[in-house]
Ligand binder design. Structure first.
Ligand code: MLT
Length: 258
């Protein structure tokens, strides 16, 4: 699967994976800041943005394999810093477990290591069927958008709320259904956290309702060489909602890497 991607800047490589159902543009604030110092590669994951959907379930491992295939196609042999937000974090954890030799460092952003509960998985399946039957992704936007952004963003930044809603609404029904089923069937990677040996940044928005700070903090505590950063005035899309604080934390972490 050939993924669409943006590729900015000089220097050591940082790959950023977006969440569901977004695309590489959620990293625009990082592209302008980090992308002037590091080579920042931001793919559109399978079934999102300009990358095509394949029929069936887009498993997290298959999406991880797509990212490795992209690095191979770009002839990238050096170890990269891999960051993933939410679903992108599930994919980053799959790469950390299955291709640890490709990583220099890890950034887990507004994400979790645990699997879905049976109820959550069932809810995703129902949503996937609804989207497929109606060919309308509206129910996903309606269900998820209110939880995706923090209270400060929802109160003060209606233009950002509209922008994220539009982005979600542009994702195709097949891309959405495939990813919903992929997330529902993902494994629990909690036990693997102790085996992550690269430096790891765990970042979460203080108002994140989908992957709350206490979940992120527990994940950081289970990873031996990790740092935990709480981003104020931000929900589940911390790097987009508070780019100044997120970029400061990213740069502090990246600039200190050996
Ligand atoms: C995401 O932002 O990628 C999703 O909220 C992840 C999820 O629904 O588990």
């Amino acid at each position: 699967m050939q993924l669409y991607y943006s590729d900015d800047g000089p220097g050591r490589i940082v790959v950023l994976l977006h969440g569901f159902p977004h695309d590489h543009t959620i990293w625009d604030f990082q592209r302008t800041t980090l992308g002037s110092i590091y080579r920042l590669i931001c793919p559109d994951l399978r079934g999102h943005g300009r990358s095509p959907a394949l029929a069936g379930v887009a498993t997290i491992d298959a999406m991880a394999d797509d990212v490795i295939e992209l690095l191979d196609a770009l002839k990238i042999q050096e170890q990269v810093v891999l960051g993933g937000l939410s679903m992108g974090g599930y994919i980053a954890l799959s790469i950390a477990a299955r291709y640890p030799e490709r990583l220099r460092a890890l950034m887990l952003i507004d994400t979790r290591a645990g699997a879905d509960s049976p109820e959550a998985a069932q809810g995703r399946e129902e949503l996937a069927r609804q989207v497929e039957a109606s060919e309308d992704v509206g129910p996903v936007v309606t269900t998820m958008l209110p939880k995706m952004l923090g209270a400060a963003t929802r109160l003060n930044r209606p233009e950002l709320v509209a922008q994220v809603g539009d982005l979600m609404g542009r994702t195709s029904p097949s891309g959405i259904a495939g990813a919903l089923r992929g997330m529902a069937s993902r494994p629990d990677r909690t036990a693997e956290l102790a085996r992550i040996s690269v430096p790891t940044l765990v970042m979460v928005g203080a108002e994140d309702q989908i992957t709350p700070p206490e979940t992120a903090r527990a994940m950081a505590e289970a990873i031996p060489n990790s740092q935990f950063v709480l981003i104020p005035a931000a929900g589940h899309l911390a790097p987009l909602e508070n780019p100044a604080a997120a970029n400061e934390a990213f740069l502090k972490f990246l600039d200190a890497l050996p």
